[in-house]
Structures are given as C-alpha cells and as structure tokens.
Design a protein around this ligand. Structure first.
Ligand code: GAP
Length: 521
C-alpha cells in the first residue's frame, strides 16, 4: 500500500467531522431517509445500499450539478472559448471482448490473502503489519483505529505501546516472513496465505444458456462505454478534438472488503468524462481539468481543509496509466480516514491506451483525422476526470454534519443550498384554521420553483429540528401576524436567526439568498 505524500490541504476553515462521527452519520442517514442498507428486512447484503427519499434528492442534485458543469454549460477553456463536451448513456453490459481489450479481464484485480484460521479474506494492499518484536507481528486493516490495535495487542499479551511500533505495508513483507504475522481477526501466527490475484468484475450470462460462450460482465467503470462510442460520437456530431464525452451511471465491483458505509460498495455510481486531445496538449489539459474539478467540489460546499490533491505513487497506478504523466486524486478527509484522506475523484492521463486497444481488438479504425489537414491522423490521448457519485454524496454528508448542542436536534446538516435535498420548508404554526390554508397556498406557488416541504403537524420546535437534521436552508413560518400583514418569518438553518418578509417575496428571497448563502458560515 502506498502512503499518501504529505501535501498542504486547500484553505478553508471547517474542522473535519470528528472521527467517531461515522456511527451518528450512518444512524442519521437511516433515521431521516438518506441511505438504507439494501435488503434490510433479510439482514442486508454486504456492499449494497439503497438511497431513500432524501438520499435520492441529494444524489440527483450532485448528479445534475456535475452534468451542468461538464455537459450543458462546460467551463471556458485555456484559450477563452467554452470547451465541447457531449453526453452518452451506454449499456452496463457490453460485448465481453471489450473487457479483454480494455485490460479488465486480465488486469482488473486486487491481491488477496486468506486467513486459514478465520477463513476471512483480505486485500493485501489494505493490510498494515505492526512489528511488536522480532517475531510477533500483527496485521491490521489500514483504517483500524489506535484503540482497535491496542485491544488486539492486549489480547495477544503484547505490550500496548500506542503508535510506537514499526509499521510496514503487507505488500512490502516477503511471504517467507508471513509465519511471524497474526492476521487481523486471528488468534494464532502464520495463518495468512500468500497473495493471489482476484478479479473484481461481476459476471453473468446473457441468454438462457449459462456457459462460457455466453459469459458477460457488469461494467466496473463507465469509461469503457465512452471509448466504445468514440467513433459513433465523432460520426454523428460536430465535435472536434479536443472534446469530451461524459457519462454518469452505475458501476459494479466485487470489492473484497466493502467498507465505510457507501465509501466502498459493490454497486455504486460514477461520473466520468473522457477528454480527447492531442498527445502534445495532454499536460495542459490535465492541469486545466485538475483546477476545474477542484473548483467544482469547492463550489458545492467542500471548501475546507478536508480537501486536497495527491499525486499517485508508482505502485498505485492503474493498468492504463503511465508513470510520470500526472495521474492524481482529489481526496477528501472522511471521518474514518482522518487525519488522512480518501479518494473522491481520480484524474488520470490514460494516454492512447484504450482507443489503441479497442482498435487492435475490434479491427475498426479509431483514429482521428485532423479536419484541417486530412493527412494528419492520430489516436487522441485521454485525460479522465473520474468521480464517484455515491462517494461524493458521502463527502457532502460528512462535510455537512455539524454537531450543535445548542439546538434540540443536537446536530444540523450544513448542506450548500445547491445540493440540499429540500431548499425550504413551509410551516404553519397551527395545524388548523387559517395557518395551514395560507401555508398550502404558498407551498403550491413555491414548489413550482424549488423542491420544498410542507410540514403541518407537530410542535414547531420538533419541525425545525427535523429540517435542521435534513439540512433545509430556510423555514418559512405562517403565524397570526401573517393574516394581519401578509408577512412570514424566515428561519435560517445555520444561525437559527429569524427575519420577517412579505408573503409575496418568498420566491425572490429564496432566489437571492440561495445563490449567496454559503454552506458553513
Ligand atoms: N475510469 C476510471 C476509474 O474507474 P477509479 O479511481 O477506479 O477510476 C473512479 O474510480 C471513482 O469511482 C473513485 O474516485 C471513487 O470515487 C469511485 N469508486 C471507485 N470504486 C468505488 C467503490 N467500490 N465504491 C464507491 N465508489 C467507488
């Protein structure tokens, strides 16, 4: 496993969500309908999650903002003209030859070690070995806390020394030394097997006959659907190199150790864009997309010390990426990685690897012909900003999670208004009489413009608490004064301060404040 290179975090003033916040975040997500365990009534299924009514709104908001930023209003390029990007939506299952050509059948695998004692299986590159003395080493997951490690040391009768022992990634320990290691969940030494490669692609069969001839794969990345349609897009649109093709959709990986809630799951969504350019310009575009993608995450609320950029080490590069060509990650400091960071988006220079591979395997020409000089033909290079939609949702929730002992809910979600699932709530003070009538009228008007809630029942404190917990930026309350002078109160989520505005100016008020309201204040 490679260690992150220390790099300055981006500026900002938000503290990371506390490390122990994860349990509360998962509980809040379930309680308020963001994320549920898949098949929960049957005991769940490891690595699969369902998005609830608010989770799907949050996810769709992130998806739509990404699409807007990349496809409908893409940024202005280094030469001052807007860049060209078109979207596609390709099939999840493609001809299996595509996955041979892309290198996924041969190379999309993780090294696995098994434990003979517990029968558990681990990713070799996720385990760290702590050397307590010359012959007593323990392996633990890279995300294990110091307390977990100390508990294990105690159990094994080894001195608890907090962080003092030497730590080495298991990938750097020769197999001949495995006899010294006690596995993460084992009681005895020497039970870890030597590493074996394990392919991460889910497979199935197309059609009624389940034999090898009909074997198909669920895509492990959305990117390949883009390469497969490179020629179709060139032939059917007016795009010219440099240009991009974007896609959002499901991807599937049979992760050995799905963990950390929706951070690493077996079914997830990606937002990927393949930027086709001349090889000579790849560096320029790589820098451009790094800056654009970072700005994007900052613009939707991740404006804090919790975001940083990290270059890939040589041993982390994917099979398509070449060393020294600037593959790097935008990382977020999730509560379970803190004080370290975890990948949120990878930006790879894929060179001409994929198109060359597909050209060779399909025997179809995938070259680009320069329209100004048709003697110039070449396979474009690719810069690929590849973000996790599901993982992005988790980063937004972690960033928004703000414990606050001064309010009844004890916590509020400080979503940037652009991603908040509900932009406002209309709350009549009383559940009968004129208040709900006025509230319903206002709701019918405002809902044409914004996704809002009308919440009539329960005492007002409880209703505010609910809106705080789901991150609604504004609550408009109808009270006795509303009938007298046609005004309502606006309660601001972060400050809990209230203003009074005219009923007729609610939409305008939202429009003005939605754009200027920041996430964390
Ligand atoms: N086409 C390149 C590609 O797929 P990747 O770094 O493997 O690159 C891109 O994946 C992004 O997809 C990651 O940065 C991460 O946000 C997300 N991702 C990858 N595996 C995931 C998983 N098992 N669960 C959730 N998100 C995942």
């Amino acid at each position: 496993m490679s260690q992150p290179k220390p790099q300055e975090p981006m500026t900002g003033n938000a503290p990371p969500a506390p490390a122990d916040a994860m349990k509360d975040i998962v509980a809040l997500c379930k309680r308020r309908g963001f994320v549920f365990p898949a098949s929960e009534i049957y005991g769940g299924i490891n690595g699969f999650w369902d998005f609830g009514p608010l989770g799907v709104e949050l996810k769709n908001n992130l998806r739509d903002l990404w699409w807007k930023h990349m496809v409908t209003t893409p940024p202005v390029g280094p030469d001052g003209a807007p860049v060209q990007i078109v979207g596609i939506d390709s099939a999840i299952i493609q001809n299996p030859k595509a996955w041979v050509a892309s290198g996924h059948v041969g190379g999309f695998s993780d090294p696995m070690v098994d434990c003979r004692e517990t029968k558990f299986r681990y990713r070799q590159d996720h385990l760290i070995v702590l050397k307590a003395d010359a012959h007593n080493w323990i392996a633990f997951h890279q995300e294990a806390s110091t307390d977990d490690i100390d508990r294990k040391l105690k159990k094994l009768g080894l001195p608890v020394r907090k962080t003092e022992y030497e730590r080495v990634p298991l990938t750097q320990v020769p197999v001949s030394e495995y006899s010294n290691i006690t596995g993460p969940d084992a009681k005895t030494k020497g039970t870890l097997t030597e590493p074996k490669q394990f392919n991460l692609m889910f497979d199935s069969h197309a059609g009624p006959i389940k034999d090898d001839a009909n074997k198909v794969y669920l895509r492990p990345e959305t990117a390949q659907g883009i390469f497969l349609n490179f020629k179709n897009v060139l032939d059917s649109t007016r795009v010219r190199v440099p240009f991009g093709i974007a896609q959002i959709g499901k991807a599937f990986r049979n992760e050995v150790t799905p963990r950390n809630f929706i951070f690493r799951s077996r079914e997830f969504e990606q937002m990927e864009m393949e930027w086709f350019c001349h090889g000579d310009d790849a560096k320029k575009w790589r820098d451009f997309w790094f800056s654009e993608r970072t700005k994007f995450w900052q613009s939707i609320g991740l404006k804090s010390d919790n975001l940083r950029v990290r270059d890939h080490d040589k041993d982390e590069l994917s099979h398509y990426a070449k060393e020294g060509l600037g593959t790097a990650d935008i990382e977020y400091r999730f509560p379970f990685t803190a004080p370290d960071f975890g990948e949120l988006e990878g930006i790879a220079h894929r060179c001409d690897f994929d198109l060359t591979q597909h050209q060779e395997h399909s025997k179809q020409k995938l070259e680009y012909m320069d329209p100004d000089d048709n003697t110039k033909r070449y396979i474009p290079h690719v810069i690929e900003p590849a973000a996790g939609l599901t993982r992005g949702v988790l980063a937004l929730i972690c960033e928004a999670y703000t414990p606050d002992p001064n309010r009844p809910s004890g916590v509020f979600l400080d979503f940037h208004p652009s991603v908040a699932p509900k932009k406002a709530a209309i709350l009549p003070l009383m559940s009968k009489g004129e208040h709900p009538e006025i509230a319903t009228k206002l709701y019918m008007k405002v809902r044409e413009h914004y996704n809002i809630d009308l919440d009539v029942k329960q005492n007002i404190g409880k209703r505010y608490a609910r809106q705080d917990e789901i991150g609604t930026p504004f609550c408009f309350t109808i009270d006795d004064q509303t009938s007298a002078d046609h005004t309502v109160t606006v309660r601001h989520r972060n400050t809990m301060k209230q203003d009074r505005i005219h009923l007729d100016s609610v939409i305008e008020y939202m429009r003005t404040n939605m754009n200027t309201a920041t996430g964390r204040s």
